[in-house]
Design a protein around this ligand. Structure first.
Ligand SMILES: [Zn+2]
Length: 380
């Protein structure tokens, strides 16, 4: 089975907001949360350690995300009003990942360097045949009985909405804590315009990018307003990713600035970026709402977004997956073929039906992200 890299999961936000425990299976979490407020607010979970094993999800970009006060939901109790609060709350999320890998070294591992990554991948490849996993779908086993043993999932830490960085000099601290990607926006930030809050890169934004380049952070342009994005592509000398955004030209009725225009995609391709697409229904069918039902949306729509980027690039070297699973939505808001993250493997089959080679499928499901990490992570 093909290894999957998922470039966007808000695990720490879920741990601290909903008390989720990702060492459990998704099915166990769903059972425990049944009847509580959590599935109403964030949907039924799509993530769990056993599902990572079944789906061959070897690496996850594990996100630090804290809500700014002006955009919080009424039930949210954790949010920031100023950079000092943001800093403390982002720190608490890094601590979640550090505790997770310390307490469960057999299940999760922090990936900070190239050797960390190679060691992890060696583990997955070496023991591939020993794993008691099925074919990823329809293997007839009780999903809850699936693997008790397996491989550690690698966590690459990504800071989304960079307000946790009070000043560029603090990047040293974040780098030492393991952060390897930074996205300057979610909503608009001190650094640039963001989703539903358009605007350019600010002076502080330029200063942040300059300092990020010195360390070798990967710049995640997701959520950046297009004006800021284009300025950043011109200015940033380091590696660039878009961890979770879809193709705007396939979402004609979407009037937000959340997705990528063909102009932005073209510029990202020219900068050799990797673009992660998200199987979230409202990102696939403009205007879709949770009450509309997930039967309306097929995974084929996600494949159309993948194909669009591949056609523009003329190859399959620039697309990956960035599920954003559990990032404010769950089972109720994803295409009907998906029950858990393990079902991301189905994308490979659909790409095969469109004529994508096995090699291209492997690149899209994980290889393109691995290549970017290999080129970006430090030797030590
Ligand atoms: Zn996001």
């Amino acid at each position: 089975m093909t290894l999957i890299v998922d470039a966007h999961e808000d695990l720490a936000w879920n741990v601290l907001t909903f008390g989720r425990d990702y060492t459990r299976s998704a099915h166990e979490t769903r059972r425990q949360e049944h009847g509580s407020e959590t599935p109403l607010r964030n949907g039924d979970t799509l993530l769990g350690w056993q599902e990572y094993q079944r789906g061959y999800v070897a690496v996850v970009f594990s996100v630090l995300f804290v809500t700014p006060a002006h955009r919080r939901e009424t039930w949210e109790t954790v949010y920031y009003d100023n950079p000092d609060q943001a800093h403390a709350l982002y720190r608490a999320q890094v601590d979640v990942y550090h505790r997770l890998v310390e307490k469960h070294p057999g299940k999760f591992r922090l990936i900070q360097t190239r050797p960390d990554l190679e060691h992890l991948l060696g583990d997955w490849q070496q023991h591939e045949l020993d794993l008691p996993v099925g074919e990823g779908k329809g293997n007839g086993r009780d999903p809850e009985s699936l693997p008790k043993a397996g491989h550690p999932v690698g966590l690459v830490v990504l800071m989304e909405g960079a307000e946790g960085v009070r000043e560029p000099a603090e990047l040293d601290e974040w780098w030492r804590l393991g952060v390897r990607l930074i996205g300057p926006a979610w909503a608009g930030t001190r650094f640039c315009g963001g989703t539903r809050e358009p605007g350019p890169l600010t002076k502080e934004g330029y200063d942040l990018l300059e300092a990020m380049a010195d360390f070798g952070f990967i710049l995640d342009i997701s959520h950046m307003d297009e004006r800021a994005l284009m300025q950043a592509l011109d200015f940033y000398p380091g590696r660039i990713a878009s961890t979770h955004a879809n193709v705007h030209s396939l979402l004609k009725d979407d009037d937000s600035n959340r997705h990528l225009s063909d102009r932005a995609i073209q510029s990202l391709l020219e900068r050799d970026a990797v673009l992660g697409v998200s199987p979230l229904n409202q990102f696939l069918l403009a205007g879709w709402k949770r009450g509309d039902g997930r039967e309306l949306v097929s995974l084929e729509r996600l494949v159309a977004h993948i194909d669009h980027i591949c056609q523009m690039a003329g190859n399959a070297h620039h697309v990956g997956l960035g599920s954003d699973f559990d990032g404010g939505f769950g089972l109720q808001s994803v295409p009907h073929e998906i029950n858990t993250i393990a079902d991301l493997q189905k994308i490979g089959g659909l790409l095969g039906e469109r004529g994508y080679s096995e090699k291209d499928v492997a690149a899209i499901l994980g290889g393109n992200w691995l290549k970017l990490l290999r080129q970006s992570l430090p030797q030590k």
